[in-house]
Design a protein around this ligand. Sequence first.
Ligand SMILES: C[S@@+](CC[C@H](N)C(=O)[O-])C[C@H]1O[C@@H](n2cnc3c(N)ncnc32)[C@H](O)[C@@H]1O
Length: 379
Amino acid sequence: MIRIFPSSRFTSLLSAAKPLRSFACSSSPTREPPQCASFAEKKSSPASNSLSFTPKTPLFLRPPLHATPLSEVWKWHDWAKDLASSVEDSSTNSEDSLDSVVLLRELKWLIEDSIVDDDPVIHRREIGDDCEKSVKLRASLEELYDLWRQRIEKRRPFQYVVGCEHWRDLVVCVEEGVLIPRPETELIVEMVEELVTRDEWYKKGIWADLGTGSGAIAIGVAKVLGSRGKVIATDLSPVAIAVAGNNVQRYGLQGMVEVREGSWFEPLKDVEGKLVGLVSNPPYIPSGDIPGLQAEVGRHEPKLALDGGIDGTDSLLHLCHGASRMLKRGGFFVFETNGEKQSKMIVDYMTNDLKDTFSDLRIVSDFAGIDRFVSGFRL
Ligand SMILES: C[S@@+](CC[C@H](N)C(=O)[O-])C[C@H]1O[C@@H](n2cnc3c(N)ncnc32)[C@H](O)[C@@H]1O
């Protein structure tokens, strides 16, 4: 059985969430319109597409096929605890080391996702004499040993290990090839909720979530729009498209969220000028900062989801232009940025280079007080 741990479950990646360090933007405010090669709509590879990719089943949804003696589970648990406790002693790079407190919390969650038991016996050692008891696991013990080694030795993100992430009131499936949705991104949905609560007009029209990844934002937006809502979620990555489609299906939102594969606005030609809302958390990390990312992020999360070009704004600038074409008059947009200078740069760009196109441009802070989002309305 899965338990919902609001936001605290994010802790392991929160410190690694974009940005792990504060990324300096060395961008100049004067720019060419984004029609040059790096901004152009990229073509998805014909060799790979979402239809040929089957998303993995997360641990908590697997059938409990593995009856295992409790004594063996304890043995694994003690080994996993020892390994988690030993990481700080063996860590050489203090800036990017594992935290044993976080690991022990993850171990508890791993057990809860693996064992079919409302009150996992593994946490009640006092029934220690009952060594004959066996429990049903959703993964073999051999796999659990392997998963925990991957978490610690390979720095595989915990969310990829268990195959899901808790985000707002959702549990979204994730796996390699798809960005793990971050807590600060939840604010995009909060902003949409605030808007549609104030003004019903936004509930009736079409929204788009560009670069949808796991589909978390699109699903969150669809839920706040209610039954009349319609969200088109796009991504260039076939893996993201397959995973997002699967998440949409798990929440029974196929009638409201349509997932389309392709680069940015390319799959949205039929709704040009018709959107009432446009949201995106695009790749925005400057290319030069990628090698300095926390191991979990840099080694495992898809570069396509992270790398925003030289100063991190390639995709953002492309989205600014597209928003002017795609939104109806009065249409709302919100984009996540790397924060601070990057947000300011986007507002300056929209104010000066896309003059008289948008109104009420705002920079909105995230939970940590970082100027993370840019929002506004199409004039
Ligand atoms: C930072 S991730 C955000 C994922 C998800 N929206 C979230 O917040 O968790 C950026 C997403 O943009 C997608 N992406 C990158 N380039 C793209 C392009 N040219 N067209 C569409 N999507 C793109 C990536 O595959 C990735 O899923």
